[in-house]
Design a binder for this molecule. Sequence first.
Ligand code: ADP
Length: 623
Amino acid sequence: MSATEHGFKAEVQQLLDLMIHSVYSDREVFIRELVSNAADALDKSRFLGLTRTDLTPLAGEEAGIRITTDAAAGTVIIEDDGIGMTAQEVVDNLGTIARSGSKEFLNRLKEAGQDAPKLIGQFGVGFYSCFMVAERVEVTTRSALPEGEAVLWVSEGAGKYTVEAGDRAHRGTRISLKLREDAKEFADPSVLRHIIRKHSNFLPWPITVDGESANSGKALWAEPPSQVTDEEANNFYRSVASDWRDPALKIHLSVDSPFQYTALLFIPEERPFDLFNHKAERGPRLYARRVLIHEHAADLLPEWLRFVKGVVDSEDISLNVSREMVQKTPIVKKIREALTKRILKDLAKFTEGTEEKPSKYPAVWREFGLLLKEGYYSAPESRDLLLPLLRFNAISHEDDQGLMSLADYKAGMKEGQDTIWFLTAESRELALASPHLEAFRKRGWDVLLLTDPVDEWLVQALEKYEDIPLKSVSRGDLKLEDGDKAEGADLGGLIPWMEAFYGDGLRAVRVSSRLTDSACVLVDDDSGMSANMERILRSANQPVPSARRILELNASHPLIENLVELHKKGKTADTESFSRLLLDDALLLDGSVKDPAAVGRRIQDLLVRASKAALADGSSAAI
Ligand code: ADP
């Protein structure tokens, strides 16, 4: 094979430019990335070896990862006995960014500044991190498949790389780094050993530095849970999740019957960047008797627990089980059910805190609450365990940060209150401005403010808490004992007149018991779709018929009193134009105006008339 020159894909080159030209403090993560790629490659070749006997031979007796240094020459070599790459795989893997989301990654990387190295592993671009420390990188690799030939990939990071025939008789990959002047410390074996202990201690493959063992190599998940220290578990988490932070919560279990499995799972502190990317691979690693069989076994956890990271190992799963078969294996289904229960129970324990040691659950909720809500409406079998985990914002909170459980709400309920009230809206600001809250504020009753789109689905599934029903404040069936006095009144005929005037657009007009300050409000029909739900569906481009809603009037508001008078006096033109604006106002407060231009014109007409009146009688029309 003669040498061929290739250009990096644009996004790779951008990434490399950042790696080369920025001075980062956490450059050591390149070791973790290269070592974990090597371990993955070893896992893959062991897996292949289960079914094939014709693989390219190993270099030595034991497969592993060997690191050698040459301080004088300023080089580090990382070599593995893994699956290696064919020439085509080299071009595919080391010239592009394979995973989706590379644009987003580059933006985040630029923003991250000094913290950039921390992001690298999460985005699946680990290999390129070696350009933070190396001015020249040579990769010699040979596929474990017998037809693959040795390949040499060389690059200095500037725009291009070359690929040519390499010199290697055994399977695996050898990455040789010529260190930059400012990165010579990485040729010091004691520095390397320290980094490996810190990030890669529990990789289940032997790692040596200049011939000496550098990691413990034990499969941490297989140790008895009581003997695994937090530090060991955190270290392990960082290597499986490619995260630089410690996890928020560790869940370690070992089960022997009716079938055997162990799981070491973690809830991260922050959302992985691709949590809402449906193409992203998800699920813990699945091992069968310490052999990695799937890097991401999505079927081991429900989709809404996709933020949980870690490993599951079972002696009862066949090594040869294919991805499709994993799904159909009854044991996998049983493990999924058991893990889901255990995770939710551990989260419930995690919500408990003390004065001195407050629970960190609110932070977990902020990062992953959306998914737990998704679980609540999509997985009825998990509702009982999810219920105590749900958190809400409420009018009694001073800001957006406050979170209330349904138990908290219940504890704060006032005399005579028999319902948990909520309001769904686009934002906390809009919710707080809603006239629907007036009657509740007057009584001092709290209202949950639900501002995530998924909340509309959540409240459909969440009919009651213990025996207390949950109801929307904007629903028609609001019955608050006092204030119902005026109900049924027709306001001197204004109400039937308005119903005829508004026609089919509204279901009814009636006197309100929920308003104290505003003149009017739109109320959702008991059974129809809420205005908020309509807005959400429309913004997702779904055709939705407008539900016919009810306009409620505040009979003691001056505007309504004036309208009653105008109507009595037979001033029809005025009653019409004010009534039209009244409805506009209700729609505006509700966030559901459909023709803002027409509303704007009507407001201008009104202003013309008001200013004329001010000129005519000499009084001020200013409000
Ligand atoms: P990631 O490992 O997250 O996919 P990387 O940029 O680190 O991203 O590596 C890209 C790809 O290159 C890997 O997915 C793998 O296919 C290949 N690769 C990297 N290092 C090795 C290695 N030591 N042996 C075999 N293949 C490797």
